[in-house]
Design a protein around this ligand. Structure first.
Ligand SMILES: Nc1ncnc2c1ncn2[C@@H]1O[C@H](COP(=O)(O)OP(=O)(O)O)[C@@H](O)[C@H]1O
Ligand SMILES: [Mg+2]
Length: 274
């Protein structure tokens, strides 16, 4: 892995930024005894490709392995077997350098911005922190980038002096998204980014993510247990059940003509709100 390409490379390339090939993740369940460890097959033979400018939706019930898959995509979870390919090359070892590089290019937005942000860090510091850690630019260019990020996610610069607790849930998620954008990633993995928010602001956050994807040519992985939420933003969809992909394809195909009974059940269960 060369590690020399910077983010902001042209969106035209068709090579996946990150790809999983036959990935398995097996956990020892916490309930396992010494002699008979219960094992949880959280991700079971999963293959996906994530490209710039495309949104991959991942949908499935709670416990179907979505978050584990998200962690593999961003380099936070080492697969038990199978291959992770990053910018066209297999990741052979998860050294700190490799993790840093993957984490810079593939960044993550979690469900709950209240826990994703440090409660004692003002917004300005929260946004500058990744720039400091990766030693991007000078103090002056970092300050300018922090203001730019604030605008990018539709927040007034007055929030920069606030603590997360002084913001609304929607504003906090915007800060978390701005932070995820700080290092100009190629891909954002958004794991249930609207599930902890009031229904009234969910559409705004979904629209923001869709706009950012278009403006910046980002690749997006959008994860939700709610198939109606996923349908709104995705180009392609994979449907997960018990760690396996049961159905995948272009969003319109999967949603309008589901081939698998489980997908039909998810569609029937979801109210057509968002
Ligand atoms: N660190 C872990 N240790 C043991 N089991 C885990 C761990 N993380 C997740 N699991 C289990 O793996 C399965 C998939 O979990 P998860 O990926 O969080 O699903 P989802 O995000 O779809 O709800 C669940 O059965 C969960 O209990
Ligand atoms: Mg989850």
């Amino acid at each position: 892995m060369s590690g020399t390409t910077t983010a902001g490379t042209p969106a035209a390339t068709d090579e996946p930024v990150v790809e999983l090939r036959g990935v398995h993740v097996v956990f020892k369940a916490r309930t396992g005894t010494l002699f008979r460890a219960n094992r949880v097959h959280a991700v079971d033979d999963v293959s996906v490709q994530v490209r710039r400018g495309r949104t991959l939706g991942i949908v499935g019930e709670s416990g179907s392995g979505k978050s584990t898959m998200a962690k593999v995509l961003v380099g936070l979870q080492v697969p038990t077997s199978g291959e992770v390919r990053f910018r066209g090359a297999a990741v052979r070892s998860y050294t700190p350098r490799v993790r840093r590089e993957v984490g810079r290019v593939v960044s993550v937005v979690f469900q709950d911005p209240a826990t994703a942000l440090n409660a004692r860090m003002r917004v300005r510091e929260a946004l500058r922190d990744p720039l400091d850690v990766h030693r991007v630019g000078t103090p002056a260019t970092r300050a300018a980038r922090v203001r730019e990020l604030t605008h990018l996610v539709g927040l007034p610069t007055s929030v920069l002096d606030a603590l997360p607790g002084q913001l609304s849930g929607g504003q906090r998620q915007r800060v978390a998204i701005a932070r995820a954008l700080a290092l100009e990633p190629d891909v954002i993995v958004a794991d249930e980014p609207t599930s902890a928010l009031d229904v009234s602001v969910r559409a705004q956050i979904l629209n923001l993510l869709a706009d950012l994807k278009n403006e910046l040519g980002l690749g997006m992985v959008f994860i939700s247990h709610d198939i109606q939420t996923v349908r709104h933003v995705s180009d392609e969809i994979v449907v997960m059940r018990s760690g396996r992909i049961v159905e995948s394809g272009p969003a319109a195909h999967v949603l309008d003509d589901p081939q698998h009974e489980y997908t039909r059940t998810l569609l029937a269960a979801a109210p057509a709100l968002l």
